[in-house]
Design a protein around this ligand. Sequence first.
Ligand SMILES: NC(=O)c1ccc[n+]([C@@H]2O[C@H](COP(=O)([O-])OP(=O)(O)OC[C@H]3O[C@@H](n4cnc5c(N)ncnc54)[C@H](O)[C@@H]3O)[C@@H](O)[C@H]2O)c1
Length: 346
Amino acid sequence: MKVRVGVIGTGAIAKYRHLPEYASREDVEIVALCDILENKAVKAAKRFGVDENKVYTDYKEMLAKEKLDAVSVCLPNYLHAEVTIFALNQGLHVLVEKPMATSVKEADAMISAAKKNNKVLMVGQNQRLAPLHVLAKKIIDSGMLGKVYTFRTVFGHAGPEHWSPSGSWFFDKQKAFAGSLADLGVHKIDLVQFILDDIEEVACFSAILEKKDCTVDDNSIAIVRMNNGIMGTVETSWTYKPKEENGTVFFCEKGTLKMAVEPDAPLVAYFNEPGRGRLVFEVPALQTNEEGGQFNTGVIDSFIDTIHGNIANPIPGEIGKKALTAVIACMESAKSNRKVKIAEVR
Ligand SMILES: NC(=O)c1ccc[n+]([C@@H]2O[C@H](COP(=O)([O-])OP(=O)(O)OC[C@H]3O[C@@H](n4cnc5c(N)ncnc54)[C@H](O)[C@@H]3O)[C@@H](O)[C@H]2O)c1
């Protein structure tokens, strides 16, 4: 069975990831596209072989007129919840970009709508699908490095203006709700929660250090403590130049594990034990936002395979909500100058 898909929002993430990844699957038909800027959707339709009569500027009209099974929601953050809930209530499966929503309340409503309609709700938190992170989790779970004590995880680039020409909304608190924390922090928080444990408490500093006309953080540094006592830092930045950083280091009882840190070795372990030294794992590098750095994230494949019932949803709404809640805890900490427990966030 072909899954009939519509894409809502044909900006950067649709162009670089959703559309090419859908187009690469024989069991998917990209039926219709929607963008408030019609010429953008028309351009995308031409590029991905979609009938130009199936281009819409109003997503409700698209859902009313087209017979779809699923949609990707690739819109500015403040629209995620509204559009996702509408599509789920129309009986469609939804892949929504991260952060899944702008509040816990919205996330809960999205999760409820998916349950009520018995449809797939998946969140585009792709870091947990990257082969080097999947292997890193296996290494940690195997006990090869002993207990994890602390970690450092970083995601920074030169800013969304270098990624999306239409992305001025990223700087607007009303539309984005948070800056580098929501854009990049949500990925790294999800990653460390995937591999280690859930975050229990955070302390965070945020600032606008460079970006003009910006009402959200362009840099944030959070210290987090997890339920199992592991402590770490999460650094997010829109001012890392000229190269982006997207690496993670775990400092463990028996050595150190580095992910996407060393240029020649995407995943490498160093052991304390004399003679054991450095172990490089054979695994593809993490994709980057830089020129030529985009390739299959596995998100679309997982979404379609989940719809077919071939796999369990690897990034359901509940996982998206956990990452979002920790982001909100960081925002509250930065604002109030105090530590914030995840359990306090409503
Ligand atoms: N998973 C990832 O790694 C990743 C990377 C980048 C962006 N994202 C997420 O993807 C989402 C979109 O980001 P982007 O970089 O593509 O932004 P973008 O600005 O390039 O694209 C957004 C598109 O939505 C359109 N749009 C705005 N309002 C609309 C409406 N009411 N109806 C229809 N279309 C509308 C805009 O015209 C634009 O084309 C964001 O939530 C962002 O956080 C995820």
